[in-house]
Design a protein around this ligand. Structure first.
Ligand SMILES: O=C(O)CCC(=O)C(=O)O
Length: 280
């Protein structure tokens, strides 16, 4: 069976990047302290309790993809200040995102912050690549998106740890939905609560099946190049008043700032000015 490397939180960035480039994913322990993880879980508990598993889209593709027994919801920055301080602004993840994405853009923003809580009896999700959200923008030589799956509870092979196919990040660009991989060639992102699996937008991966009677409580955070449209419309969750309470960097990641291209073009403006000026 393939494996993913697990590093300590204070591992040098180069080491994290070496494993990420080699395998398409790398696990970093203690990305969230126990206090931070508990605060996020507490903040999200009312929404967890109120959210039924399964997709609400009515679209067959999405229902299959989301999984009938998986609880998903977004808007995490609106629901949890601890999410903002410890996951959105996680220094390890931001260092990796800087290294991976700033070749493709001058700034990046949140793609989505999403609870992915795989419930008992859930089947394995089909393997896919996150960059396939933006097929027109894929760059064979670099990343346009990078993700982290935070373990809010322990991830085991039995309870649905993310399945990753190391090496697929180096296959040619193209849409992968249901990529077939030999069992020997997949790795399971088994990790303790508080760890995070940082992974490439190009690597084939998917949620594992859950054969236990407990919940595999995952929280996905991904960033995308600032000139691309994110999966989640963050400013529709985090309104201007809420944004004003947050650190400047968090506001920028959540869409309360404009994009300045290398050529001088500016997009996502507010009346011709940078949206960040709203908070000056
Ligand atoms: O929950 C997981 O482990 C991965 C899920 C995933 O990749 C997705 O839903 O896009």
């Amino acid at each position: 069976m393939a494996t993913l490397t697990t590093l300590d939180r204070d591992a040098p960035l180069d080491e994290v990047l070496d494993h990420l480039h080699r395998d398409g994913g790398v696990i970093v322990r203690d990305m969230l302290s126990d206090d931070a993880r508990r605060a996020i879980v507490d903040d999200l508990a009312p929404t967890m309790d109120a959210t039924a598993p399964g997709s609400k889209s009515g679209l067959e593709n999405w229902e299959v993809f989301h999984g009938a027994e998986t609880v998903r919801f977004c808007g995490l920055a609106a629901r949890s200040r601890a999410f903002v301080d410890h996951a959105l602004l996680n220094p390890v993840l931001l260092d990796v995102a800087d290294a991976e994405l700033l070749g493709a853009c001058t700034s990046y923003w949140l793609n989505t912050g999403q609870v992915m809580a795989v419930g008992p009896g859930e089947k394995a999700q089909y393997l896919h690549r996150d960059e396939n959200n933006w097929p027109e923008a894929i760059n064979a030589d670099g990343e346009i998106t990078v993700s982290c799956m935070f373990a809010l509870s322990e991830f085991t092979r039995e309870n649905g740890a993310t399945v990753v196919a190391p090496g697929t990040q180096s296959l040619p660009p193209g849409v992968m939905r249901g990529h077939e991989v030999d069992e020997d060639d997949v790795a399971y992102a088994e990790m303790p609560a508080g760890a995070g699996m940082i992974y490439s937008g190009k690597v084939a991966h998917g949620a594992g099946s859950n054969a236990t009677d407990g919940l595999r409580y995952g929280m996905h955070v991904s960033f995308v190049a600032g000139w691309l449209r994110p999966e989640e419309a963050s400013p529709l969750h985090v309104d201007r008043a809420r944004a004003a309470e947050l650190p400047e960097r968090a506001r920028q990641l959540l869409g309360w700032a404009s994009y300045h291209s290398e050529g001088g073009g500016r997009t996502w403006l507010y009346d011709f000015e940078d949206a960040a000026d709203l908070f000056a």
